[in-house]
Design a protein around this ligand. Structure first.
Ligand code: HEM
Length: 125
């Protein structure tokens, strides 16, 4: 029962994380000033930390490790790609780099969602 609650929280946090990323990305690319507000810059870190903690706790309860569970390793790799590309999307100097990084970060997130449901790193295989 607690597991189901935690899994639901994990999925809600994933939705909040990507929604915030889309909003901030649109604001950043559109040159909006609200993206520089302190709470707008801090909130994603709080949400993403809770999101990661929920995923790690679920994996711990399942007894799964990235060393013996391929889909978990793929999710962690995808999450790292999403985070790194997300940093480039907001801090990159050139607009072209920011746009490409933003789109690739969304693709990385989409990949992790597909892995999450299929439990297959190759998604279609
Ligand atoms: C962008 C990153 C992530 C997204 C979008 C995501 C999304 C999801 C979704 C949608 C589910 C529910 C899948 C289902 O109902 O079968 C799920 C479950 C789960 N996630 Fe994540 N997740 C992410 C990152 C992580 C990370 C980093 C970890 C661990 C370190 C993790 C561990 C888990 C575990 C253990 C489950 C439960 C699997 C099960 O009960 O069968 N997730 N995730």
């Amino acid at each position: 029962m607690a597991y189901l609650w935690l899994k639901t929280a994990h999925m809600v946090l994933a939705t909040v994380s990507i929604s915030g990323f889309l909003l901030r990305g649109a604001g950043r690319l559109g040159g909006r000033s609200w993206v520089r507000r302190r709470w707008v810059r801090i909130a994603p870190h709080v949400i993403d930390t809770l999101f990661l903690v929920s995923g790690v706790t679920l994996a711990w309860i399942l007894g799964a490790s990235p060393l013996n569970t391929d889909w978990l390793a793929a999710k962690i790799a995808g999450l790292v790609a999403y985070i790194l590309l997300g940093i480039l999307a907001f801090r990159g100097r050139r607009r072209g780099l920011r746009v490409v990084s933003f789109v690739l970060a969304l693709a990385a997130f989409g990949y992790v969602v597909l892995v999450a449901f299929s439990k297959r790193p190759g998604i279609w295989i």
